[in-house]
Write a protein of this length. Structure first.
Length: 135
């Protein structure tokens, strides 16, 4: 299990609506960085533990090298626990494939973001593909 442990004392930690919106924006910005192939920038948005599990930003290069677009199309706060916010999200990914076609995939998932020292970082995330098509 690669979920992050609490990084601040969650008993005394309160998140505002502004905090929650900031966390959602960070997750969307992460996918913008993947779209732009700014893999170092995307890697910097991950928690230390997630970075350690991934190894380096070169793993993102391997996973997203053919990505033309990775866009969060919907994000909803599911739960708040101390310095952690959990979102359900929907995502559209467009990838280059062999030949002239583009593979468009739709995912649903859950992501856990953690606020530590005033900064949001992406911790645990999971998703499942719900459909795909070619364009």
């Amino acid at each position: 299990d690669n979920r992050n442990t609490r990084q601040e004392n969650s008993a005394d930690f309160q998140l505002s609506q502004s905090d929650i919106k900031d966390a959602a924006r960070l997750f969307c910005a992460y996918h913008e960085k993947l779209t732009d192939h700014n893999f170092d920038g995307a890697y910097a948005m991950l928690t230390d533990k997630r970075q350690s599990n991934l190894g380096s930003s070169s793993k993102l290069v391997e996973q997203y090298r053919n990505t033309l677009e990775s866009t969060v199309t919907d994000i909803t706060c599911k739960d708040i626990d101390g310095n952690e916010v959990i979102f359900n999200y929907e995502l559209r990914a467009r990838d280059k494939v062999k030949g002239p076609k583009i593979l468009v995939q739709y995912y649903e998932g859950e992501v856990h973001l953690f606020k530590n020292k005033g900064q949001w970082r992406i911790g645990y995330a999971e998703s499942k593909k719900v459909s795909e098509r070619y364009e």
